[in-house]
Write a protein that binds this ligand. Structure first.
Ligand code: PMP
Length: 397
């Protein structure tokens, strides 16, 4: 019966993690997966999350409503859109989702069903590889827009704008709110303003992928600039929020999808359709992660503690960037490495070639993506010099 099932390709990110776990070398370093590690290389449960969990001990395990915890949905929209909401909540619908991936998935299915047939979803080149998978599995055509310039290791802004202009009117553009994965390259606020102008001219629809709010600058409002700009400029838009990184809730699958319409009267209908899709897919979302987020965001003291911890996590990553650049300079490694400190968020797109990556992996047991993407969270004072020496060897040989 099943002899014709072909072997699916290994996920490029999760496959590297598996290889890391299987490696028995004592010096091995994991810079592949996008999960925070503390200065000792250990996973970290935020104190604000721990405190919320203490309060939640014994909470009922009953099913949640199909669209999740109402308070969680309100707090999520408020966290992302902040003051830009300003009465617009009547034209917004938010549903709890299985983290960022689940929010993207429900949103893309909604696009297939209710946007004009043939609407194309444009994804940055490069992007988190799952964007294309989600579109494909949801029966939506995806295409790419120019984003990264390998020569400057920065944004190819002209290329991006040209591709936005060339796309058919009314296309969907998946835009990373901040801390672009995998490149760590974000548009400046001025560039976002121009992007909004062009998107407006072309009637494009922003789909904000918000996996790192607070993780880039350590400032939740600063990081939300692009989403708030689009809302203020009157766009109909989508946003997928993930609490995996900023709350460290990876496995709890806490997230939210928000869709903004021009009209208030369509919101109950949109919600009814989202609920129908969710009911057929997984019936109702998980309780624990969303309860943690709700507990933290509805208590000013816990919120303050969370914000402090976000600043500490993003601050450590910035320190690591500087220390890597300093170590490479100390070893006189040829080339400019300034992009490592220019880029932002959890990742740096090192610019290492696949052959150089192979040297890091095979000879040094340092695991990173074939594209040269390094998760800086995997580095700390104990392994930065080892990492820099490996890069020096890879670059010089
Ligand atoms: N979008 C981007 C750009 C991401 O980097 C991630 C996490 N790797 C996600 C979405 C979704 O992650 P999750 O499903 O864990 O929230």
């Amino acid at each position: 019966l099943f002899e014709n099932v072909p072997l699916a390709p290994v996920d490029p990110i999760l496959g590297v993690s598996v290889a890391f776990k299987a490696d028995t070398d004592p010096n091995k370093v994991d810079t592949s997966v996008g999960a925070y590690r503390d200065e000792n290389g250990k996973p970290y449960v935020l104190k604000s999350v721990y405190e919320a969990e203490k309060r939640l001990l014994g909470a009922p395990k009953e099913y949640l409503p199909i669209d999740g915890i109402p308070e969680f949905n309100k707090l999520s929209a408020k966290l992302l859109y902040g003051d830009a909401m300003n009465g617009k909540e009547k034209r917004m619908v938010t549903v709890q989702a299985l983290s960022g991936t689940g929010a993207l998935r429900i949103g893309i299915i909604f696009i297939r069903k209710y946007l004009p047939a043939g609407t194309v979803v444009y994804v940055s080149r490069p992007s988190w590889a799952n964007h294309h998978n989600i579109c494909k599995e949801s029966g939506v055509k995806s295409a790419e827009y120019t984003y990264y310039n390998p020569k400057t290791k920065g944004l190819d802004f002209e290329g991006m704008i040209a591709d936005m202009k060339a796309a058919p009117n009314g296309s969907v553009f998946v835009l990373h709110l901040c801390a672009h994965n995998p490149t760590g390259v974000d548009p400046t606020h001025e560039q976002w303003n121009v992007i909004a102008d062009v998107m407006r001219e072309k009637n494009h629809i922003p789909f904000m992928d918000c996996a790192y709010q607070g993780y880039a600058s350590g400032d939740l409002d600063y990081d939300a600039y692009s989403a708030r700009l689009f809302l203020n400029r009157g766009f109909e838009m989508f946003s997928a929020q993930s609490y995996s990184k900023n709350f460290g809730l990876y496995g709890e699958r806490a997230g939210a999808l928000t869709i903004v319409s021009h009209r208030e009267d369509v919101i109950p209908k949109m919600l009814s359709q989202l609920k129908m899709d969710i009911r057929a897919m997984y019936s109702s979302p998980p309780t624990h992660g969303a309860r943690i987020v709700t507990t933290v965001l509805s208590d000013p003291e816990l919120t303050a503690l969370w914000v402090k911890e976000l600043k500490e996590m993003s601050g450590r990553i910035k320190d690591v960037r500087q220390k890597v650049v300093d170590a490479l300079a100390q070893l006189n490694v040829p080339g400019s490495w300034k992009h490592i400190t220019d880029q932002i968020g959890m990742f740096t797109y090192t610019g290492l070639s696949p052959a150089q990556v192979e040297i890091l992996v095979k000879k040094y047991h340092i695991y990173l993506l074939g594209s040269g993407r390094v998760s800086l969270a995997g580095l700390n004072d104990n392994n930065i010099m080892y990492f820099a020496k490996a890069v020096a060897d890879a670059v010089q040989n």
